[in-house]
Design a protein around this ligand. Structure first.
Ligand SMILES: *[C@@H]1O[C@H](CO)[C@@H](O)[C@H](O)[C@H]1NC(C)=O
Ligand SMILES: *[C@@H]1O[C@H](CO)[C@@H](O)[C@H](O)[C@H]1NC(C)=O
Length: 201
């Protein structure tokens, strides 16, 4: 009796878990977003700045910050996505942990810095910087993992890593622009998501 009740409760618990459906991200041509392929991240709407690039943003020093082009007709720099889970045929899925890195050549006085990472600015903002490493899921690399989530008919960038089963981030946030002192649209963890699309480079 007790045992069957336990099994009954267990079954209820399992049935009430959300069904995790994994949807591939689509680029602006409706093709699936692939790992190790070059894309521009561009705003979905007009009047919200240009594509994502690398420049001094919140901090006027190396490593550079991840910012948007001021000119909305500029696409920014090409980027690659590298899923933490590599068993998905190179297809990048919604809400999957990914490393994000600039893949194009760019002029920067900063050495070899291209992989996105969450950093704390001196005046207390959390912003996207560029000096992470690729892979090595774990506590030390927790700030290096981002997610792309569906946002209305487009997407948003999110920081909320679940790559590591024994560690959880201290906070989760949607990523959006903040106009910094130098007039740049710096990407920060401000819960005001920038609605984006992925355009094959
Ligand atoms: C934005 O870029 C386009 C194409 O490069 C250029 O024609 C235009 O003059 C630029 N606008 C501004 C305000 O710089
Ligand atoms: C990786 O993805 C595969 C296929 O979607 C899935 O079955 C597996 O559970 C995932 N592994 C992890 C660690 O999330």
């Amino acid at each position: 009796m007790k045992k069957s009740f336990f099994i009954f409760m267990l079954t209820c618990t399992l049935l009430s878990l959300p069904i995790i459906q994994s949807h591939p991200i689509r680029d602006t041509d409706r093709n699936v977003l692939l790992a190790d392929t070059n894309y521009y991240i561009v705003p979905a709407n007009r009047g919200e700045g240009g594509g994502v690039t690398l420049a001094p943003g919140i901090e006027q020093r190396c490593p550079f910050g991840v910012v948007q082009e001021d000119n909305e007709s500029k696409k920014g720099l090409p980027l690659n996505f590298k899923p933490g889970n590599t068993s998905n045929n190179r297809i990048v899925h919604e809400s999957a942990d990914v490393n994000v890195l600039f893949s194009g050549k760019f002029a920067s006085p900063c050495i070899e810095q291209s992989v996105w990472r969450v950093e704390d600015s001196m005046d207390g903002y959390r912003y996207v910087s560029s000096h992470a490493i690729i892979g090595s899921p774990g506590k030390e690399t927790l700030r290096n993992w981002f997610k792309i989530e569906k946002y209305e008919n487009d997407y948003k960038l999110v920081y909320c890593p679940t790559i590591c089963t024994e560690c959880r981030p201290a906070y989760c946030a949607d990523i959006g622009p903040m106009i910094t002192k130098n007039g740049r649209r710096s990407l920060v963890l401000n819960n005001v998501p920038l609605k984006v699309r992925f355009k094959k480079a």
